[in-house]
Ligand binder design. Structure first.
Ligand code: C5P
Length: 393
C-alpha cells in the first residue's frame, strides 16, 4: 500500500495527479491529510481517486480498525508526504504528533519520502534546512524542490516537482539495488557531423532509450556515466553526464571513461560517416550540383569488442530489412553479449516514441521478442536480462 500524506500548501492540488499515478502502480493507495490540506483540496477528491476515504481525524476508529495510525503506518510500503510544508517538516523533526499525519510518521517503519514545497525564502531558512538535515539523518528521503515561479508571485527554489517526477523518484527509492557496485557506461542520442559552422548530418535519435537506461541503472544502484549526443532531455539525477556532438568526440569520451566499467550499453545512434572536410565558413550556394565526400567514423563498439575482457557489451541495432540476420551478424562482428534489435516497421517503436518494441539476441543465438512497452519499462526488462551476465556482487 502507498500511503500519501498531504499537508496544507497550495501544491496540494498537484497531489491529486500524483495519487492518480500511484493508483496505476499500486493496488492500494491511501491518503492522509492535515486539516490545513483539507482547506486546499477536498478529501472527496482523494476518496474518488483511491476508492477509500481520505483520513483526517486522529481520534476516531471505524469497525474492524484497531488503532488507526498504527494500522496505516504498519501496512504502508512507503509513506510519501507531498507537499511537505515547513510546519509539518518542523513537527516531524521535533517528534510532535498533533494530527493523524504526524502521528503516523512516528509509527511508520517503511521508507518515508518528503517532497518539501514552500516559498523559496522559507525553504532557505536555517530552521527548515536544519530540520531537513535531521530528518535525512533519520533516514527520510527528501526530494529537492524545483525552481521557478511560485504561487506567492516570487520565483526561486521551492516549487513541488511535477507528479511524474515524484512518482519516478518513489519508484526508484523502492527498487531493489541489484546493480550496486556496478560501473556502467551508457551512450545515448544522435551524433552531429558538421558540414560547416551552420549545418550538420544527423539522425532521428532523441536519446529517450539511452536516458531511460541511465535512469534505470542509477535507480538500481549502479554508478553511471552517460555519454550523450545533443538531446532535449533533462540530465538524469545522479548520473555523470558527458555531452558530445560528433562520433569522434563520442569515441574519445567513451575510450577515456570506459576503464573500470563493468558494463557498456551503446544506445546512441552514432553517425557512420562524417564529411571529409568541414568548411570553416558557411558554404555558399552557387546553383550547381554539390557533392559531399564522406569518410567513415570509428566504430566505437567494434573497438570495445576487440578489448572486451570481462566487460559486458550491449549494442542496439536498427534495421529496415532482414533485421534478425543483420543483428546477429553485428553481435558476432562487434563481439557483443547482447544486441537489442529495434524494428522500425512496428508502430510505436524506434525513434522519438515513448514506447519501443524490441528483440533481444544473445551470444547463444537465443532470440526473445518483447511486447510493445514504455522505454522506461523496457530499460528495466533489459537490465533484468543483463544482470545475470555480470559477475561480482
Ligand atoms: O553498425 P551499427 O551502427 O548498426 O551498430 C549499432 C550499434 O553499434 C549501436 O549500439 C551503436 O551505438 C554502435 N555504434 C558505435 N560506433 C559506430 C556506429 C555504431 O559504437 N560508429
Amino acid at each position: 500500500m502507498h500511503l500519501v500524506g498531504v499537508t496544507g500548501g497550495i501544491a496540494a492540488y498537484k497531489t491529486a495527479e500524483l495519487v492518480r499515478l500511484f493508483v496505476r502502480d499500486e493496488k492500494e493507495v491511501r491518503v492522509v491529510m492535515t486539516p490545513g490540506a483539507a482547506r486546499f483540496v477536498a478529501p472527496l477528491t482523494f476518496q474518488t481517486l483511491t476508492g477509500s476515504p481520505a483520513l483526517l481525524e486522529q481520534f476516531t476508529a471505524t469497525a474492524g480498525e484497531r488503532v488507526r495510525h498504527i494500522d496505516l503506518a504498519l501496512s504502508a510500503r512507503v509513506f510519501v508526504i507531498a507537499p511537505a510544508t515547513a510546519n509539518t517538516i518542523g513537527k516531524m523533526a521535533a517528534g510532535v504528533a498533533d494530527n493523524l499525519l504526524t502521528t503516523i510518521y512516528l509509527a511508520a517503519r517503511c521508507p518515508v519520502i518528503l517532497v518539501p514545497s514552500m516559498n523559496d525564502q522559507m525553504y532557505q531558512h536555517p530552521a527548515v534546512q536544519e530540520n531537513l538535515v535531521r530528518l535525512r539523518e533519520r533516514g527520510c528521503l527528501i526530494m529537492e524542490p524545483a525552481g521557478g515561479e511560485l504561487a506567492c508571485g516570487s520565483s526561486g527554489k521551492g516549487r513541488m516537482p511535477e507528479p511524474p517526477q515524484i512518482a519516478e523518484f518513489v519508484r526508484t527509492a523502492l527498487r531493489e539495488k541489484d546493480f550496486r557496485g556496478i560501473r556502467a557506461l551508457v551512450t545515448a542520442g544522435p551524433t552531429r557531423e558538421p558540414l560547416d559552422p551552420v549545418r550538420f548530418i544527423s539522425n532521428r535519435s532523441t536519446g529517450l532509450m539511452g536516458y531511460a537506461l541511465a535512469r534505470a541503472l542509477t535507480g538500481r544502484g549502479a554508478d553511471v556515466i552517460l555519454v550523450s549526443g545533443p538531446t532535449a532531455l533533462p540530465r538524469p539525477a545522479g548520473v555523470e553526464l558527458i555531452p558530445v556532438e560528433t562520433a569522434r568526440q563520442m569515441h574519445a569520451a567513451v575510450m577515456k571513461s570506459v576503464e573500470g566499467c563493468d558494463l557498456v550499453i551503446k544506445a546512441a545512434a552514432v553517425g557512420d560517416y562524417c564529411p571529409a572536410v568541414t568548411a570553416e565558413q558557411k558554404l555558399k550556394k552557387d546553383g550547381c550540383e554539390a557533392l559531399i565526400r564522406l569518410q567513415p567514423n570509428p566504430d566505437i563498439l567494434e573497438e570495445l569488442g576487440k578489448n572486451k575482457g570481462k566487460r559486458i557489451l550491449v549494442g542496439f541495432a536498427m534495421e529496415t530489412e532482414r533485421a534478425l540476420e543483420h543483428a546477429q551478424e553485428k553481435l558476432r562482428r562487434k563481439n557483443l553479449d547482447l544486441i537489442v534489435l529495434n524494428d522500425l516497421n512496428v508502430p510505436g517503436a524506434g525513434f522519438g516514441t515513448p514506447t519501443n518494441q524490441v528483440c533481444l539476441i544473445d551470444r547463444e543465438g537465443e532470440v526473445a521478442e518483447l511486447p510493445l512497452m514504455s522505454k522506461d519499462s523496457l530499460a528495466h526488462r533489459l537490465l533484468d536480462r543483463i544482470r545475470p551476465l555480470l559477475s561480482g556482487p
